[in-house]
Every structure is written in C-alpha cells, then in structure tokens.
Design a protein around this ligand. Structure first.
Ligand code: SF4
Length: 299
C-alpha cells in the first residue's frame, strides 16, 4: 500500500451499468469496481470515528485498493528538471478543420523565427538533465520543414557536444509529405503522430480543406505513397459531438490501418470551434468508452 496520504476529494465516481467507474480527478487514472462496492465508496468521505467497526474496515479496504491502484494520492512532481521543449513552428495550416483551436481569422502566414527556435533549443539543452524531447507543433509543422531541418541538425550537434540525448517528434496532418521530408524524418528518427478522427464519414465531418472538402482522401493518398512511414506514426483523434459515441468503431478502423498507437484529445471550445456545436457529451463518451473497454477485456 502507498504510504502517501489518501485524499477522497480527488476521487470521482460514476455508475456504468453493473460496474462503477472510479477516477482520479487529477491524473485521470481510473479503475472499475463491482457495483456492490458503491456503498463502500460512499464511506470515503466519512471520518473513521462515526463508523461501525465493519464499515470502517470496508472503507479502509477500499482506500487501500484505490491507493494501490494509484488513485486518490497526490503524486510527487514527476520531473524536477526540464525534459521537453514544444516548438510551435507555425500558426498556419493548409487545412481548415471546422473545430481548429488554432484558427485566428488572419490570413497572415506566421512562422517561428529561426533564431528564437535555435535559442530555445540551446537553452533547453543547457538546463535539461541529460535528456531532451523536442516536439514540433503547429498549425501544420511540415509547412516549416526547412526550419525542422535546421533545428534537428543544430540540436543533434549541440546534444552530442554536451553529452546529452535528444529526441524529436511532432504532430502533422500528413498532407504535405514529400520523399525528402519522409526520408529526413526516418533518417533522424523523428516520431510523428497524425491527426485523423476516424473513417471517412467521421473524419470528414470536421476535418476539411480550405474549400470545405473532406480530408480523408488526402490521408489515403499519404498511406498509398508512404505506407511504411504512416505505419510508424501514432494517430491522434479529436473527440467531438461527431465521434463521441464511436470509440469502438474508431479503434477497429485505426487497428485496420496498422498504425503504432491511438490517442485522443477532447475538443476544446476555442478558435474556430468556439461558435460551433462540437462539444462532446460526457455521458455518451463514457458509454462509448465502456463499450470499448469491455471489448478489450473480452480480447
Ligand atoms: S490540421 Fe486542422 S486542426 Fe490541425 S492545425 Fe490544421 S486546421 Fe487546425
């Protein structure tokens, strides 16, 4: 059992069919417990003094089980030193997704200044503790491919001189890949994730080109031209009102693509998405997650 203090205010409880989902509000870590334990969970907020010996024992057992699963205990800060540098290389993108949080309405092409990028990299390498992860972000980072080339070559040189390790990764929509950028990424072990919200129907509802066409076809073009590269990537989906109930279908689809892994982020009410109805429904999302989770448990 963890010897750190258990804090019941960190715990959220939600009934999901016959089971109860218990979640840590800070870390997002979660476990399912049988519905029969819901009564014991309700004792978490009780002080031991007002409980019968049986109720106190049941409450202590639940606390021990949750603590052992890493829930309800304030963790120590995981990292004491800088280990990650996120470089937002550009605020521009060749796509125009309906929910894009990065949309400003300006047509101005905005890129990070090369000196700023290299300076940030130098300073980060100076203060990091032996290992630095650099993340290329946008907009669409491949619009700034020459800047990526400079950063990677400078970063590797600096890291090697300082005896430190450096890794590069980034997030892309895959639409601007060239033979050159793909082989550069492979040669330099840059790990890319790509954005896709599911199959053509789910994806194209929100992820669009500037003339309003769906972008799934462009994704398939990338798969056709650079199959090995795409399979080495992870996929990241944005969860919106369009796909919140389709996690299982999405997982099947992503699995059929043979990509390395699947992650998602929740829609943010910002930028272009601010005035449109993209907000996911937490109840539908939980039901969809349960569906997916049950299938995973079934194997
Ligand atoms: S791919 Fe879509 S969501 Fe990503 S930056 Fe471009 S417009 Fe925004």
């Amino acid at each position: 059992m963890s010897n750190r203090q258990f804090d019941p205010s960190l715990i959220a409880v939600r009934q999901c069919g016959p089971k109860v989902l218990v979640m840590d509000k800070v870390t997002g870590r979660s476990v399912y417990v049988p519905g029969s334990k819901k009564r014991h969970l309700s004792l978490l907020h009780e002080s031991g003094s007002g409980l019968t010996p049986e109720a106190k024992a049941a409450r202590d057992l639940v606390i021990r089980e949750l603590s052992d699963s890493g829930l309800g205990i304030l963790s120590q800060p995981r990292f004491q030193t800088l280990n990650t540098l996120i470089l937002k290389l550009t605020a521009s993108c060749n796509y125009s997704c309906s929910y894009c949080y990065d949309f400003t309405g300006s047509n101005e092409q905005r890129y990070m200044d090369t000196h700023v990028a290299l300076d940030a990299l130098r300073q980060s390498l100076e203060i990091c503790d032996g290992h630095l992860q650099v993340i290329f972000h946008g907009g669409e980072p491949f619009l700034a491919f020459e800047l990526i080339r400079r950063i990677v070559s400078y970063g590797k040189e600096m890291a090697s001189a300082a005896g430190k390790k450096i890794m590069f990764n980034g997030q892309t929509n895959l639409s601007l890949l060239t033979d050159d950028s793909v082989s550069f990424s492979e040669d330099n072990n840059i790990f890319w994730g790509f954005s896709l919200d599911g199959d053509a129907l789910l994806n194209d509802a929100s992820r669009k080109t500037k003339n309003g066409a769906g972008t799934h076809k462009r994704f398939l073009d990338a798969v056709r031209k650079f199959p090995r590269f795409v399979k080495q990537c992870g996929v990241k989906a944005t969860i919106t009102s369009v796909n919140h109930g389709s996690l299982l279908e999405m997982s099947h689809y992503f699995r059929s693509l043979g990509v390395k892994g699947w992650d998602w982020s929740l829609f943010q009410d910002a930028g272009r998405g601010k005035c449109k109805p993209f907000n996911y429904d937490a109840g539908i999302l939980c039901a969809s997650w349960n569906d997916l989770f049950d299938k995973v448990l079934e194997g």
